[in-house]
Ligand binder design. Sequence first.
Ligand code: F6R
Length: 365
Amino acid sequence: EKDGYPHYMAKEIHEQGAVLRSTLKGRLLEGSVDLGDGVNWTPDFLGSLRRIHLVACGTSYYACLVAERVLERWTTLDVKVDIASEYRYRDVRIGADTLAVFVSQSGETADTLAAQRKVRAMGGRCLGITNVRGSTLAREVHDLLLLKAGPEIGVAATKTFMGQLGALYLLALKLGWDRGDLNPAEAERLASILLKLPYEVERVLERESEVKKAAETFFGFDNFLFLGRGFSYPIAMEGALKLKEISYVHAEAYAAGEMKHGPIALLEPNVPVMVVIPKDGLYEKTLSNVQEARARRSPVVAVASDGDDLICQMADTVIRIPRCDECFSPFLSVIPLQMFAYHVALLRGREIDQPRNLAKSVTVE
Ligand code: F6R
Protein backbone atom coordinates (compact mmCIF):
# COMPACT_ATOMS: atom_id res chain seq x y z
CA GLU A 1 0.00 0.00 0.00
CA LYS A 2 3.08 2.19 -0.04
CA ASP A 3 3.08 1.95 -3.84
CA GLY A 4 6.65 0.74 -3.87
CA TYR A 5 7.97 3.56 -1.66
CA PRO A 6 9.94 2.52 1.44
CA HIS A 7 7.87 4.81 3.69
CA TYR A 8 4.45 6.42 3.71
CA MET A 9 6.12 9.79 4.04
CA ALA A 10 7.96 9.31 0.72
CA LYS A 11 4.75 8.18 -0.96
CA GLU A 12 2.81 11.11 0.46
CA ILE A 13 5.44 13.64 -0.59
CA HIS A 14 5.19 12.32 -4.13
CA GLU A 15 1.39 12.50 -4.13
CA GLN A 16 1.46 16.26 -3.70
CA GLY A 17 0.94 17.18 -7.36
CA ALA A 18 -2.17 15.00 -7.47
CA VAL A 19 -3.38 16.32 -4.11
CA LEU A 20 -3.14 19.91 -5.26
CA ARG A 21 -4.87 19.05 -8.52
CA SER A 22 -7.81 17.44 -6.72
CA THR A 23 -8.01 20.31 -4.21
CA LEU A 24 -8.41 22.79 -7.06
CA LYS A 25 -10.61 20.61 -9.23
CA GLY A 26 -13.97 22.17 -10.04
CA ARG A 27 -13.30 25.13 -7.74
CA LEU A 28 -12.06 27.76 -10.16
CA LEU A 29 -14.93 29.03 -12.26
CA GLU A 30 -15.31 31.79 -14.77
CA GLY A 31 -15.30 34.93 -12.61
CA SER A 32 -15.28 33.32 -9.17
CA VAL A 33 -14.30 30.50 -6.86
CA ASP A 34 -16.72 27.80 -5.74
CA LEU A 35 -15.83 26.43 -2.32
CA GLY A 36 -18.48 23.71 -2.62
CA ASP A 37 -21.71 22.79 -0.85
CA GLY A 38 -20.19 23.00 2.62
CA VAL A 39 -19.73 26.76 2.44
CA ASN A 40 -22.82 28.92 2.58
CA TRP A 41 -22.02 32.62 2.65
CA THR A 42 -24.32 35.33 1.35
CA PRO A 43 -22.89 38.25 -0.64
CA ASP A 44 -24.00 40.51 2.24
CA PHE A 45 -21.98 38.48 4.72
CA LEU A 46 -18.87 38.58 2.52
CA GLY A 47 -19.28 42.32 2.00
CA SER A 48 -19.64 42.98 5.72
CA LEU A 49 -16.47 41.10 6.71
CA ARG A 50 -13.65 43.16 8.18
CA ARG A 51 -11.60 40.60 10.08
CA ILE A 52 -10.39 37.08 9.51
CA HIS A 53 -8.78 34.91 12.15
CA LEU A 54 -6.85 31.76 11.24
CA VAL A 55 -6.26 29.26 14.01
CA ALA A 56 -4.40 25.92 14.03
CA CYS A 57 -1.50 23.91 15.49
CA GLY A 58 1.83 22.70 14.13
CA THR A 59 2.11 22.32 10.39
CA SER A 60 -1.48 23.48 9.92
CA TYR A 61 -0.52 26.69 11.74
CA TYR A 62 2.32 27.26 9.29
CA ALA A 63 -0.16 26.88 6.41
CA CYS A 64 -2.17 29.64 8.13
CA LEU A 65 0.91 31.89 8.29
CA VAL A 66 1.34 31.52 4.53
CA ALA A 67 -2.36 32.28 4.11
CA GLU A 68 -2.00 35.41 6.24
CA ARG A 69 0.38 36.84 3.68
CA VAL A 70 -1.79 35.98 0.71
CA LEU A 71 -4.98 37.26 2.38
CA GLU A 72 -3.25 40.56 3.09
CA ARG A 73 -2.19 40.80 -0.52
CA TRP A 74 -5.47 39.79 -2.18
CA THR A 75 -8.07 41.21 0.24
CA THR A 76 -8.55 44.29 2.40
CA LEU A 77 -9.34 42.23 5.51
CA ASP A 78 -7.52 42.53 8.81
CA VAL A 79 -5.83 39.17 9.27
CA LYS A 80 -4.85 37.57 12.57
CA VAL A 81 -3.19 34.17 12.89
CA ASP A 82 -2.63 32.27 16.09
CA ILE A 83 -1.71 28.92 17.53
CA ALA A 84 -4.88 27.30 18.87
CA SER A 85 -3.44 26.67 22.35
CA GLU A 86 -2.77 30.41 22.67
CA TYR A 87 -5.85 31.71 20.91
CA ARG A 88 -8.24 29.76 23.10
CA TYR A 89 -7.01 31.60 26.21
CA ARG A 90 -6.65 35.07 24.73
CA ASP A 91 -9.11 37.95 24.95
CA VAL A 92 -9.80 38.06 21.25
CA ARG A 93 -12.37 40.37 19.63
CA ILE A 94 -15.02 38.58 17.62
CA GLY A 95 -17.98 40.21 15.95
CA ALA A 96 -20.45 39.79 13.14
CA ASP A 97 -17.70 41.16 10.89
CA THR A 98 -15.31 38.30 11.77
CA LEU A 99 -14.73 35.05 9.95
CA ALA A 100 -12.74 32.50 11.94
CA VAL A 101 -10.98 29.71 10.06
CA PHE A 102 -9.86 26.54 11.83
CA VAL A 103 -7.38 24.37 9.97
CA SER A 104 -6.80 20.81 11.13
CA GLN A 105 -5.74 17.83 9.06
CA SER A 106 -7.33 15.36 11.50
CA GLY A 107 -10.20 17.56 12.63
CA GLU A 108 -9.60 16.18 16.13
CA THR A 109 -6.90 18.43 17.61
CA ALA A 110 -8.13 19.35 21.10
CA ASP A 111 -6.88 22.95 21.16
CA THR A 112 -8.25 23.72 17.70
CA LEU A 113 -11.65 22.31 18.64
CA ALA A 114 -11.69 24.35 21.87
CA ALA A 115 -10.78 27.52 19.98
CA GLN A 116 -13.63 26.88 17.53
CA ARG A 117 -16.13 26.39 20.35
CA LYS A 118 -15.00 29.64 21.93
CA VAL A 119 -15.54 31.64 18.72
CA ARG A 120 -18.89 30.00 18.18
CA ALA A 121 -20.00 30.90 21.69
CA MET A 122 -19.00 34.51 21.00
CA GLY A 123 -21.18 34.61 17.89
CA GLY A 124 -18.43 34.36 15.24
CA ARG A 125 -18.83 32.52 11.96
CA CYS A 126 -16.58 29.45 11.79
CA LEU A 127 -15.09 27.78 8.71
CA GLY A 128 -13.34 24.43 9.14
CA ILE A 129 -10.69 23.14 6.77
CA THR A 130 -9.94 19.46 7.38
CA ASN A 131 -8.97 16.27 5.59
CA VAL A 132 -11.31 14.03 7.56
CA ARG A 133 -14.97 13.90 6.62
CA GLY A 134 -17.08 13.26 9.71
CA SER A 135 -14.37 14.48 12.11
CA THR A 136 -15.39 16.54 15.16
CA LEU A 137 -14.28 19.78 13.51
CA ALA A 138 -16.20 18.92 10.34
CA ARG A 139 -19.37 18.32 12.38
CA GLU A 140 -19.14 21.43 14.57
CA VAL A 141 -18.31 24.29 12.19
CA HIS A 142 -20.82 26.47 10.31
CA ASP A 143 -18.99 26.04 7.02
CA LEU A 144 -16.71 23.25 5.85
CA LEU A 145 -14.03 22.92 3.24
CA LEU A 146 -12.84 19.32 2.91
CA LEU A 147 -9.36 18.59 1.60
CA LYS A 148 -9.18 15.77 -0.86
CA ALA A 149 -5.72 14.64 0.11
CA GLY A 150 -6.69 11.04 0.93
CA PRO A 151 -5.61 9.44 4.22
CA GLU A 152 -2.23 10.60 5.47
CA ILE A 153 -0.48 7.78 7.32
CA GLY A 154 2.98 9.23 7.97
CA VAL A 155 2.98 11.13 11.26
CA ALA A 156 4.75 14.07 9.62
CA ALA A 157 2.22 16.10 7.66
CA THR A 158 3.26 16.61 4.03
CA LYS A 159 0.56 16.20 1.42
CA THR A 160 -2.09 17.64 3.72
CA PHE A 161 0.00 20.81 4.06
CA MET A 162 -0.08 21.07 0.26
CA GLY A 163 -3.86 20.53 0.31
CA GLN A 164 -4.27 23.15 3.05
CA LEU A 165 -2.28 25.69 1.06
CA GLY A 166 -4.47 24.98 -1.98
CA ALA A 167 -7.67 25.39 0.06
CA LEU A 168 -6.46 28.58 1.77
CA TYR A 169 -5.42 30.14 -1.54
CA LEU A 170 -8.86 29.32 -2.95
CA LEU A 171 -10.38 31.01 0.10
CA ALA A 172 -8.20 34.12 -0.33
CA LEU A 173 -9.00 34.31 -4.03
CA LYS A 174 -12.71 33.91 -3.37
CA LEU A 175 -12.74 36.65 -0.75
CA GLY A 176 -10.68 39.01 -2.93
CA TRP A 177 -12.80 38.33 -6.00
CA ASP A 178 -16.31 38.30 -4.49
CA ARG A 179 -15.72 41.34 -2.29
CA GLY A 180 -14.21 43.32 -5.13
CA ASP A 181 -10.87 43.70 -3.32
CA LEU A 182 -9.04 42.30 -6.36
CA ASN A 183 -9.53 43.69 -9.81
CA PRO A 184 -11.17 41.01 -11.97
CA ALA A 185 -8.35 40.80 -14.51
CA GLU A 186 -5.84 40.27 -11.71
CA ALA A 187 -8.10 37.65 -10.11
CA GLU A 188 -8.31 35.80 -13.45
CA ARG A 189 -4.54 35.91 -13.75
CA LEU A 190 -4.07 34.50 -10.24
CA ALA A 191 -6.63 31.77 -10.92
CA SER A 192 -4.77 30.68 -14.04
CA ILE A 193 -1.46 30.53 -12.14
CA LEU A 194 -3.11 28.45 -9.43
CA LEU A 195 -4.45 26.01 -12.02
CA LYS A 196 -1.00 25.40 -13.45
CA LEU A 197 0.62 24.95 -10.06
CA PRO A 198 0.17 21.16 -9.82
CA TYR A 199 2.46 20.80 -12.86
CA GLU A 200 5.09 22.97 -11.20
CA VAL A 201 4.80 20.87 -8.05
CA GLU A 202 5.44 17.77 -10.16
CA ARG A 203 8.53 19.39 -11.65
CA VAL A 204 9.93 19.88 -8.15
CA LEU A 205 9.12 16.29 -7.19
CA GLU A 206 11.35 15.13 -10.07
CA ARG A 207 14.33 16.83 -8.48
CA GLU A 208 14.68 14.63 -5.43
CA SER A 209 18.22 13.51 -6.30
CA GLU A 210 19.52 17.08 -5.76
CA VAL A 211 17.98 17.14 -2.29
CA LYS A 212 19.28 13.70 -1.48
CA LYS A 213 22.81 14.85 -2.32
CA ALA A 214 22.42 17.83 0.03
CA ALA A 215 21.18 15.50 2.78
CA GLU A 216 24.23 13.24 2.26
CA THR A 217 26.49 16.24 2.76
CA PHE A 218 24.72 17.64 5.80
CA PHE A 219 23.11 14.77 7.72
CA GLY A 220 25.88 14.71 10.33
CA PHE A 221 25.28 18.22 11.64
CA ASP A 222 23.38 18.54 14.92
CA ASN A 223 22.13 22.13 14.69
CA PHE A 224 20.54 23.96 11.78
CA LEU A 225 19.28 27.49 11.33
CA PHE A 226 16.42 27.90 8.82
CA LEU A 227 15.86 31.37 7.37
CA GLY A 228 13.28 32.98 5.11
CA ARG A 229 11.42 36.24 4.60
CA GLY A 230 7.87 37.03 3.56
CA PHE A 231 6.19 34.00 2.03
CA SER A 232 9.33 31.98 2.73
CA TYR A 233 9.38 32.59 6.48
CA PRO A 234 6.55 30.15 7.29
CA ILE A 235 8.20 27.66 4.93
CA ALA A 236 11.46 27.95 6.86
CA MET A 237 9.45 27.19 10.02
CA GLU A 238 7.80 24.19 8.40
CA GLY A 239 11.15 22.90 7.12
CA ALA A 240 12.67 23.18 10.59
CA LEU A 241 9.69 21.40 12.15
CA LYS A 242 9.95 18.51 9.66
CA LEU A 243 13.66 18.11 10.40
CA LYS A 244 13.12 18.13 14.19
CA GLU A 245 10.19 15.77 14.08
CA ILE A 246 11.54 12.93 12.02
CA SER A 247 15.32 13.20 12.29
CA TYR A 248 15.52 14.56 15.89
CA VAL A 249 18.02 17.14 14.70
CA HIS A 250 17.79 20.55 16.31
CA ALA A 251 16.59 23.13 13.83
CA GLU A 252 15.51 26.66 14.54
CA ALA A 253 13.68 28.88 12.12
CA TYR A 254 13.99 32.63 12.09
CA ALA A 255 12.71 35.45 9.93
CA ALA A 256 15.90 36.30 8.07
CA GLY A 257 15.69 39.92 9.20
CA GLU A 258 15.80 38.79 12.84
CA MET A 259 19.18 37.15 12.48
CA LYS A 260 21.04 40.25 13.61
CA HIS A 261 18.86 40.44 16.71
CA GLY A 262 20.33 37.34 18.30
CA PRO A 263 20.67 34.09 16.36
CA ILE A 264 23.69 35.36 14.43
CA ALA A 265 25.63 34.56 17.61
CA LEU A 266 25.06 30.87 16.86
CA LEU A 267 26.75 30.93 13.48
CA GLU A 268 29.96 28.96 13.03
CA PRO A 269 31.20 26.21 10.71
CA ASN A 270 29.24 23.60 12.68
CA VAL A 271 25.89 25.30 12.16
CA PRO A 272 24.57 25.10 8.61
CA VAL A 273 22.06 27.66 7.44
CA MET A 274 19.17 26.47 5.28
CA VAL A 275 17.86 29.52 3.49
CA VAL A 276 14.64 29.71 1.47
CA ILE A 277 15.38 32.36 -1.11
CA PRO A 278 13.20 32.33 -4.23
CA LYS A 279 13.56 35.21 -6.68
CA ASP A 280 10.95 37.58 -5.23
CA GLY A 281 10.68 41.15 -3.97
CA LEU A 282 12.68 40.32 -0.84
CA TYR A 283 15.44 38.36 -2.60
CA GLU A 284 18.17 41.00 -2.15
CA LYS A 285 17.35 41.39 1.53
CA THR A 286 17.68 37.67 2.18
CA LEU A 287 20.85 37.57 0.10
CA SER A 288 22.45 39.97 2.55
CA ASN A 289 21.71 37.46 5.32
CA VAL A 290 23.36 34.74 3.26
CA GLN A 291 26.46 36.92 3.09
CA GLU A 292 26.41 37.34 6.85
CA ALA A 293 26.25 33.58 7.30
CA ARG A 294 29.14 33.05 4.88
CA ALA A 295 31.23 35.64 6.67
CA ARG A 296 30.87 33.51 9.82
CA ARG A 297 31.81 30.39 7.83
CA SER A 298 28.45 28.69 8.31
CA PRO A 299 27.76 26.29 5.45
CA VAL A 300 24.79 27.57 3.42
CA VAL A 301 22.18 25.43 1.68
CA ALA A 302 19.86 27.53 -0.45
CA VAL A 303 16.46 26.67 -1.89
CA ALA A 304 16.57 29.07 -4.83
CA SER A 305 14.94 29.77 -8.19
CA ASP A 306 16.02 28.36 -11.53
CA GLY A 307 18.23 30.84 -13.33
CA ASP A 308 19.51 32.55 -10.18
CA ASP A 309 23.27 32.43 -10.83
CA LEU A 310 24.26 34.81 -8.08
CA ILE A 311 23.23 32.39 -5.36
CA CYS A 312 25.75 29.80 -6.63
CA GLN A 313 28.57 32.12 -5.61
CA MET A 314 27.17 32.52 -2.12
CA ALA A 315 25.80 29.13 -1.11
CA ASP A 316 27.67 25.85 -0.68
CA THR A 317 24.72 23.86 -2.01
CA VAL A 318 21.83 25.09 -4.12
CA ILE A 319 18.53 23.25 -4.49
CA ARG A 320 16.47 24.56 -7.38
CA ILE A 321 12.77 25.28 -7.71
CA PRO A 322 11.00 26.68 -10.80
CA ARG A 323 10.54 30.44 -10.97
CA CYS A 324 7.03 31.57 -10.10
CA ASP A 325 4.96 34.58 -9.13
CA GLU A 326 6.08 35.36 -5.57
CA CYS A 327 2.78 34.61 -3.83
CA PHE A 328 2.98 30.99 -5.00
CA SER A 329 6.53 30.02 -4.04
CA PRO A 330 5.49 28.22 -0.80
CA PHE A 331 3.86 25.42 -2.83
CA LEU A 332 7.23 24.72 -4.45
CA SER A 333 9.79 25.62 -1.79
CA VAL A 334 8.29 23.41 0.91
CA ILE A 335 8.92 20.24 -1.11
CA PRO A 336 12.74 20.21 -0.98
CA LEU A 337 12.54 20.86 2.76
CA GLN A 338 10.22 17.88 3.27
CA MET A 339 12.60 15.75 1.20
CA PHE A 340 15.63 17.06 3.06
CA ALA A 341 14.10 16.06 6.41
CA TYR A 342 13.17 12.68 4.97
CA HIS A 343 16.67 11.91 3.67
CA VAL A 344 18.42 13.16 6.79
CA ALA A 345 16.13 10.96 8.90
CA LEU A 346 16.81 8.01 6.59
CA LEU A 347 20.58 8.48 6.82
CA ARG A 348 20.31 8.74 10.59
CA GLY A 349 18.30 5.52 10.73
CA ARG A 350 15.14 7.03 12.23
CA GLU A 351 11.63 5.61 12.33
CA ILE A 352 10.36 7.91 9.64
CA ASP A 353 6.65 7.16 9.66
CA GLN A 354 6.42 6.78 13.45
CA PRO A 355 8.76 9.27 15.13
CA ARG A 356 9.24 8.89 18.87
CA ASN A 357 6.91 10.76 21.26
CA LEU A 358 4.55 11.90 18.50
CA ALA A 359 0.97 10.96 17.67
CA LYS A 360 -0.83 11.62 14.41
CA SER A 361 -3.56 13.51 16.14
CA VAL A 362 -3.31 15.32 19.45
CA THR A 363 -6.70 14.83 21.07
CA VAL A 364 -5.70 16.02 24.55
CA GLU A 365 -4.60 19.47 25.58
C1 F6R B 1 3.70 18.04 11.85
C2 F6R B 1 2.41 17.61 12.33
C3 F6R B 1 1.77 18.33 13.46
C4 F6R B 1 0.32 18.64 13.12
C5 F6R B 1 -0.41 19.25 14.33
C6 F6R B 1 -1.83 19.67 13.98
O1 F6R B 1 4.18 17.25 10.83
O2 F6R B 1 1.85 16.70 11.77
O3 F6R B 1 2.47 19.50 13.79
O4 F6R B 1 0.31 19.52 12.03
O5 F6R B 1 -0.43 18.32 15.36
O6 F6R B 1 -2.59 18.57 13.58
P1 F6R B 1 -3.95 18.76 12.83
O7 F6R B 1 -3.68 19.44 11.55
O8 F6R B 1 -4.52 17.37 12.66
O9 F6R B 1 -4.83 19.62 13.72
